[in-house]
Unconditional design. Structure first.
Length: 207
């Protein structure tokens, strides 16, 4: 419920700000590609690569920081395998069949809409560093021992580096990602991954 409320507040903030007087140079569009793998553990493997559209909207520019909202439609392609079959407990119905199924390598497709809040610190006219936190709903097409098929949430924390060249911005963005269904499904342990992504965006209007 807290994730849904936070997502709703972010959407409201974006709509409220964009419905006001638009200042040129506040909007950027872009594209990112990234990849990653699970945080070290003994229970499972998870590798992934993903594609994101990027829509940046600058809310405010202060003396030392800039504040932005980022909307990110994403498609994520993952592979997952259960390593520790004891993760599936004997008290679960058909636990032997589930152990046999879940220990096989699986392909997982995720369809995500993340909305994030970004705090940017310019270093000079070309270089900046930023912190990004985002959440959003997603649909996963494959059931595993850690995630039910269907609706879930993706949470991301990232530290990014950006270089500006005229209207283009080039980004490198290491991140930590957690996905789970917030207790809405029978399996909710989720996945934790470390990722890195690379992107380019273009500023619309006049900077």
């Amino acid at each position: 419920m807290s994730r849904t409320l936070l997502l709703g507040l972010l959407v409201f903030l974006v709509v409220f700000r964009m419905s006001g007087q638009e200042r040129e140079g506040n909007l950027r569009v872009g594209f990112n590609y990234g990849f990653g793998s699970e945080l070290k553990n003994r229970n499972y493997t998870f590798t992934n690569h993903f594609y994101k559209a990027q829509l940046y909207y600058r809310l405010k520019e202060a003396k030392h920081f800039q504040y932005e909202v980022l909307v990110q439609p994403e498609v994520n392609f993952g592979t997952h395998q259960l390593l520790n079959f004891y993760f599936v407990k004997p008290e679960e119905p058909d636990y032997l069949e589930k152990r046999a199924a879940y220990t096989k390598l699986k392909n997982i497709n995720e369809y995500v809409l993340n909305i994030g809040f970004l705090i940017r610190k310019p270093i000079n006219k070309s270089l900046s560093v930023y912190f990004l936190g985002s959440i959003g709903p997603m649909i996963t097409d494959t059931e595993t021992e850690r995630m039910s098929e269907g609706f879930a949430f993706a949470d991301v924390l990232a530290l990014g580096f950006s270089v500006k060249a005229q209207r283009f911005h080039f980004d490198v963005r290491p991140s930590i990602r957690h996905v789970s269904n917030a207790g809405l499904g029978s399996s909710n342990a989720g996945y934790n991954t470390k990722n890195i992504e690379f992107g380019v965006s273009y500023s619309l209007g006049k900077d």
